[in-house]
Design a protein around this ligand. Structure first.
Ligand SMILES: *Cc1c(COP(=O)(O)O)cnc(C)c1O
Length: 357
């Protein structure tokens, strides 16, 4: 199997080897030490300001999105959400569910945010800004510098879902004044799904401490308190946390966040140069290194996904809903090589020969 989806992605041998072992008991100094090390490594990778914290939530990325909506905001807030696709819509629904006052910037599909759009929201009393910095559903990487400048000028608390962008694109908490960054285990961290990570600036920690959260499992005050000693309030996905720790250490041994991002960028650029002769159009003009969104001009996107899966044992990422036939995505994260790209291109060229695309 060759997996070009955007999560779960392929894990390397080291991570898979850990997955084959027995899962240890976790209320031990050894596990606490591992967790404190992971927190420290995460903070370094994100260039988090001093006194920031990271909590590890057992639950996929959406659990952390919900946790931050519930713990970070209340009825006195007014939140601005960038809604350009499936993940932006998820933040909208979370704010509806938890009765957080919000407005959404509904972007045209496949379009980036602009200065002109943001101008309409200046000085309107917003207290929070929620954005999926890479809207993975359509492969649009929003302009973080622009958003961060807007939030700074308007004194707005900035929450960035970087679940598919972390390690693939620059995510620098200090440079861009990010108050909260969310990521997950199954994207560029290339571990199994089940754990998401929330990085919190000192300002975010203070906001959460002041707020009243009505949840037992997703109470971040409790997670922060237990995290001080390298523990979690409840039994976490221990095995995945051990895999994450190994991956974080490996990223540092291989030169840190820049070289990891460079590796993903190289794979993405190789793929994008190799598809020039195929009947596909790249639909986003603001790409993340993590994903290439493609519109096939001669066939159904969903058919291409199914044929690659069933006849070539290669997985790309289909889209749902209205985009089912018009858009598919190729991921560049996980344990992929240029040779893997070559195999995918060969399969696509074979499909072209068979008049399937
Ligand atoms: C993958 C992803 C998520 C998380 O989805 P889960 O299925 O809950 O892990 C959230 N936001 C973005 C931008 C993503 O790419």
């Amino acid at each position: 199997m060759l997996n070009f989806t955007i999560g779960p992605v392929m894990s390397n041998e080291k991570v898979r080897e850990i997955g084959s072992k027995q899962v240890p008991y976790f209320r031990t100094p050894e596990f606490s030490e591992l967790m404190l090390e992971s927190e420290d490594l995460m903070k370094k990778l994100l260039n988090a300001p001093e006194d920031s914290r990271c909590v590890f939530i057992t639950g996929s990325g959406t659990a952390s999105m919900e946790a931050i909506v519930m713990n970070g905001f209340n009825k006195d807030d007014k939140v601005l959400i960038v809604n350009g696709g499936g993940f932006g819509q998820r933040f909208v629904e979370l704010c509806q569910l938890h009765e957080i006052p919000y407005e959404s910037i509904d972007l045209e599909i496949s379009k980036d945010i602009t200065e002109d759009i943001l101008k309409n929201y200046e000085n309107k009393g917003f207290t929070g800004f929620l954005v999926n910095i890479h809207e993975t559903s359509t492969g649009v990487h929003y302009n973080l510098d622009l958003i961060s400048e807007f939030c700074k000028n308007n004194n707005i608390f900035l929450v960035v879902d970087a679940i598919s962008s972390f390690l693939a694109d620059e995510v620098d908490m200090s440079k861009n004044n990010l108050d909260v960054v969310i990521t997950g285990s199954q994207k560029a961290l290339a571990c199994p799904p089940g754990v998401s990570i929330i990085a919190l600036s000192p300002k975010a920690i203070a906001k959460i401490e002041k707020n009243n959260c009505k949840s037992m499992y997703l109470d971040l005050k409790n997670a922060l308190k237990n995290g001080e000693r390298g523990q979690t309030p409840f039994t976490p996905a221990v095995g995945i946390l051990i895999q994450i720790n190994a991956r974080l250490n490996e990223i540092f041994e291989n030169g840190g966040v820049e070289s990891e991002t460079e590796k993903i960028k190289t794979i993405a650029e190789d793929f994008r140069s190799q598809i020039k002769d195929l009947p596909f159009e790249i639909t986003s003009n603001s790409l993340s290194n993590a994903v290439t969104p493609l519109h096939p001009t001669t066939a159904s996107a969903d058919d291409i996904f199914n044929i690659l899966k069933d006849e070539y044992d290669i997985w790309i990422c289909p889209n749902g809903g209205d985009l089912k036939d018009t858009l598919f995505r190729v991921g560049h994260i996980g344990d992929l090589t240029i040779n893997d790209n070559n195999q995918l291109i060969e399969a696509l060229k074979d499909m072209q020969k068979r008049n399937l695309i």
